[in-house]
Ligand binder design. Sequence first.
Ligand code: MG
Ligand code: MG
Length: 256
Amino acid sequence: MIRLKTKEEIEILRENALLVSKTLAEVGKNIEPGVTTLKLNEIAESYIRDNGAQPAFLGYGGFPFTLCISVNDVIVHGFASDYRLKEGDIISVDCGTVYKGFYGDSAYTFSVGNIDTDTANLLKVTKESLYLGIDAATIGNRIGDISYAVQNHAESNGYSVVREMVGHGIGKQLHESPEVPNYGKRGSGKKLVEGMVICIEPMINAGTRSVKIHKDGWTLSTNDGKNSAHFELMVAITKEGPEVLSTFDYIEKNNI
Ligand code: MG
Ligand code: MG
């Protein structure tokens, strides 16, 4: 069942979305060669708690960290560790909050120092596919229109789309209906209606779409060891069009 949100509920979701966005920016400021991913996890946890919220992922289904930190060929759900980032790495940081009984959830893939041009293009295309998915999130369209927009852009640029993990509704639960796959057919799936709030989160691989799960039961990586990128934003479906509740502006624009 899809639980539609009132305007008041969307405002609380927006508070969560903005806190997640600011947390990602705080983490981003500390991303440089030599920093451990555990340190980034600590920074995020302190920032979320200092702002009166709780980390949503910590303990969720037994997940042991505040952030999902996924470096290079890791797609999603990677663990923080004593690994030290090095020049040329890419690092997907996925962050969730709980505040006033609602959730926030967004992700950004950062580059560590200078990255090669192929990898920079993977990040660019993955983010573009997210924005194209958002553009398709209008009343009257269906989930499949979002899915198609993401898949079409990624594949027409020579990349592959992860099938095993998908976007989702969000509200009083971190993961609600409907599922929002990053692959699909136009005009298929649930109709988009006012009051839906969804997370659109393309996970795009440079090489094969085939994945493997690690022994920890969480970490998902590409089977061929090539890089994977992941961007996620929270979007409310409104009469005025898709309203993006979280933002990358705190990360990408220093003057906010
Ligand atoms: Mg999500
Ligand atoms: Mg997420």
